[in-house]
Design a protein around this ligand. Structure first.
Ligand code: GLA
Length: 429
């Protein structure tokens, strides 16, 4: 028997997030589909009509989203990424969609997506050109914001390539103002901090005031090493970035790659669980027309989505590394708590992990209800501070739990997660 007890790192008590961009959007993390990771900059519609960046692709995704439970599960935005425009602006200086691949134009596409009860996202860049070399918005912020508003677009992903880094912040703020000036509600997805981190510490107060979410770190790839690197980056910077998240503004660890080629099912469960713990936008990049039923079920798992969309709006964070395990926690509304335990050992079979309350861990005082959501749903019943919660976690998989305090009749046990999340004993067998 192998026992490890660990004192958890003290996580700074999180003060309420600073003022968010006041556009009434992203009060919970954005949910939708985004083309980039799966479809990249495939513009070859002659030889690959089903997978090229064209109006057909977004219409087909919208069809599937409306028909196959995605919209009902909360996935709302159908988002275009890079490579949609023509290489030239029109005579009036406006961006225009590539006429061959978008013969109906963006306005018609927005109408179509809206007719399915969904919203349309588009992509542009703060600098001279986009990352893939299409026209950037530098010098055209107001024109482009107005063009997107005229087309009835609902979300803008604004990239940061090909821009002097000292002007990146100013550019993002100016586009935020330009969007606001249009009077249309356009959710504003930024990559501001990602383009500053190489040079200086980003100002998250300013970022939160201008953007509805913001990318901090590298693009996600279809691999476990990529997902792991994002988790590591996030945990390493959590004292700085977690306090910035809250209703109206979120840290964006990039797309969900669930349903593609690179992740095992356990790894897909880990990505889904941890993106929910991190209060991350759930923007899926896969082919919804052809997805394995298990991945679909995972992405539509109502209990995980409830954690993601929890009304308290606090981002979770890593609270312990114990042997090969990582423990992440997210405070939820009604004094509940979500706990994710990842087994980082990519070897062997499932490993056992015990969570045992020690005196001072009040969430289970006098009693709490424990529900396991991953790897399978299971009511673990009423527990007390003396209970040992037994988990079994697959290699690179995650056990995801929620803990709900049960108060006594007088209500005198006011459970505050802040009082309780920092002292715990984790035991591994
Ligand atoms: C950058 C972004 C990606 C994607 C590509 C498009 O790399 O971080 O998410 O938008 O550009 O070129």
């Amino acid at each position: 028997m192998y026992i490890v007890a660990c004192a958890l790192a003290l996580v700074v008590l999180i003060s309420p997030a600073a003022d968010a961009l006041d556009n009434g959007l992203a009060l919970t993390p954005t949910m939708g589909w985004l083309h980039w990771e799966r479809f990249l900059c495939n513009t070859d519609c002659d030889s690959d009509p089903d997978n090229c960046i064209s109006e057909r692709l977004y219409m087909q995704m919208a069809d599937v989203m409306a028909k196959e439970g995605w919209r009902e599960a909360g996935y709302e935005y159908v988002c275009i990424d890079d490579c949609w425009p023509s290489h030239q602006r029109d005579a009036r200086g406006r961006l225009q969609a590539d006429p061959k691949r978008f013969p109906g134009g963006i306005k018609k596409l927005a109408d179509y997506v809206h007719s399915k009860g969904l919203k349309l996202g588009i992509y542009a860049d703060v600098g001279k050109s986009t990352c893939a070399g299409y026209p950037g918005s530098l010098g055209y912020y107001e024109t482009d914001a107005q063009t997107f508003a005229d087309w009835d677009v609902d979300l803008l992903k604004f990239d940061g390539c090909n821009m002097d880094w000292t002007l990146v912040g100013e550019g993002y703020v100016n586009m935020s103002k330009a969007l606001n000036k249009t009077g249309r509600s356009i959710l504003y997805s930024c990559e501001w901090p990602l383009y500053e981190w190489h040079f200086k510490k980003p100002n998250y107060t300013a970022i939160r005031e201008a953007c509805n979410h913001w990318r901090n770190f590298d693009d996600v790839f279809d691999s476990w090493s990529s997902v792991k690197s994002i988790l590591d980056w996030t945990a390493f910077h959590q004292d700085m970035i977690v306090p910035a998240a809250g209703p109206g503004g979120w840290n964006d660890p990039d797309m969900l790659v669930i349903g593609n080629f690179g992740l095992s099912h356990a790894q897909q469960e880990s990505q889904m669980a941890l993106w929910a713990i991190m209060a991350a936008p759930l923007l899926v990049s896969n082919d919804l027309r052809d997805i394995c039923p298990r991945s679909k079920e995972l992405l539509q798992n109502r209990r995980i989505i409830d954690i993601s969309q929890d009304a308290l709006g606090r981002q979770g964070y890593r609270t312990a590394k114990v042997d090969t395990f990582e423990v992440w926690e997210r405070p939820l509304s009604k004094n509940r708590l979500a706990i994710a335990v990842i087994n980082m050992l990519e070897l062997g079979g499932s490993r056992r992990f015990f969570i045992q309350a020690i005196p001072g861990w009040k969430i289970c005082e006098p009693q709490c209800n424990v529900t396991q959501i991953l790897p399978q749903y299971q009511e673990m019943g009423v527990q007390t501070p003396r209970s040992k919660i037994h988990l079994s976690v697959n290699p690179s998989g995650t056990a995801l739990l929620t803990i709900t305090p049960i108060r006594d009749f007088t209500g005198s046990h006011k459970v505050q997660w802040e009082d309780t999340s920092v002292r715990r004993k984790h035991t591994i067998l």
